[in-house]
Ligand binder design. Structure first.
Ligand code: PMP
Length: 388
């Protein structure tokens, strides 16, 4: 069999303005980057607190590499569970106020592993329809009955929860903490109450909330004051505000032991490099204690929102660093991204199937490392773009 059908599929993607392309980063990640031999002011990375290139974090990584080598060398359950992993798990448990934490190599695997360790055929998984792809994939893969409820909508969730269920079957409600393409936050205290009333567990993936939300960067659960009894399965990723790589699941002793026994994406993979864990321990300290990073971020977000709204752009209900501008058509979103790129500013156009049809957008992310002048430069270009 030839590959003609693949070629026509790719061609049709191109025609629909849905073709994805990679580009070559030739500088460190940051607010100013060198990409495909051009210099850009970037509003599209997730290093929200500017910790990825912090000298102390880099130094911790280098030192740990000297001491323990580059690779994890084996899976956690063979002999790849290093002292640095162990210490980071303990420090993250204290940070999140949970009994225990389990590290995963990335967020995608944490989500797949956690959902699949908890559910199987006969169970029920209810997901917000705008959940991150890894959560949706996790639910589908589990073999449990899979249902998506309307975005952040308690009534819609309750409808599914009120249907009769066998008593010994499990129900898991799954949501992003900060929605990755919209930047908004679901009504978590209400979701937690609804889950409690209906004998369901609540799982929150707070990939974008850790570091940016809560007084100490403890994410949406700190922001709302929710404990382990409210959100039983809490996921964080380390590749965003922590500035490193990897992910973790936080929860009760029983949850973590269950994941160690059952989570296939934990069991059957090489542990994250121990030096990443060592670097994350340093970034965790800064993320917690350097409140000025969150304050600066909040000021920049406000500056951007005020300016963009004055220009008449349609923003979303987001106080987070994710500040999409809603465009609608894929073609127009691509054209605006291309025009900004010609003028030296890099922003990704997000199109279906990542977002629902008709809601293509420019996904702007703001970081504490941006300056007010850089935000103003973006606003100036958005002003000019209106008349192009
Ligand atoms: N969850 C959410 C909400 C995300 O936005 C992402 C990354 N885009 C992930 C999980 C996956 O995390 P990782 O990049 O560590 O695989």
């Amino acid at each position: 069999m030839g590959f003609e059908s693949l070629a026509s599929e790719l061609e049709s993607r191109k025609k629909k303005h849905l073709y994805r392309k990679r580009r070559l980063l030739q500088s460190p990640q940051g607010t100013e980057v060198q990409l495909d031999n051009k210099h850009f002011l970037a509003f599209c990375n997730n290093d929200y607190l500017g910790l990825a290139n912090h000298p102390d974090v880099v130094r911790a990584f280098q030192q740990a590499t000297n001491e323990c080598g580059v690779g994890g060398g084996a899976s956690h359950l063979v002999n790849g569970h290093h002292q640095q992993h162990h210490l980071l798990e303990e420090e993250l448990a204290e940070f999140t106020g949970r009994d225990r934490v389990l590290l995963f190599s990335n967020g995608y695997m944490a989500n797949i592993g956690a959902v699949n360790a908890l559910l199987s055929k006969g169970d029920l998984v209810l997901e917000d329809r705008l959940n991150h792809a890894s959560l949706l994939d996790a639910g589908l893969l589990s073999g449990a009955r899979f249902q998506r409820y309307q975005h952040a909508n308690l009534e819609s969730l309750s409808q599914y929860l009120s249907k009769p269920r066998a008593e010994d079957n499990r129900t898991l409600v799954v949501t992003d903490g900060v929605f990755s393409m919209d930047g908004d936050i679901p009504p978590l205290p209400d979701l937690a109450n609804t889950c409690r009333e209906n004998n369901a567990w609540l799982m929150v993936d707070d990939a974008h909330g850790f570091g940016t939300l809560g007084q100490n960067g403890g994410g949406c659960v700190e922001h709302f004051g929710l404990g382990q009894d409210d959100v039983q399965v809490l996921v964080g990723t380390l590749g965003k505000a922590f500035g490193t790589a990897g992910a973790f699941v936080a929860g009760s002793e029983l949850l973590i032991e269950t994941l160690i026994q059952n989570a296939r994406t934990y069991i059957y993979t090489t542990s994250m490099p121990p030096a990443i864990a060592a670097a994350t321990r340093v970034s965790l300290k800064r993320l917690q204690s350097e409140h000025w990073r969150r304050e600066r971020l909040a000021e920049l977000i406000k500056r951007f929102r005020t300016g963009a709204a004055q220009l008449g752009y349609e923003l979303m209900d987001s106080a987070s660093p994710i500040q999409p501008i809603l465009i609608g058509s894929e073609e127009k979103a691509l054209a605006l991204a291309a025009w900004l790129e010609e003028h030296g500013v890099l922003i990704t156009a997000i199109r279906p199937p990542t977002v629902p049809k008709g809601t293509a957008r420019l996904r702007i992310t703001i970081c504490a490392e941006h300056t007010a002048q850089q935000v103003d430069r973006l606003l100036g270009l958005l002003d000019q773009a209106r008349v192009q």
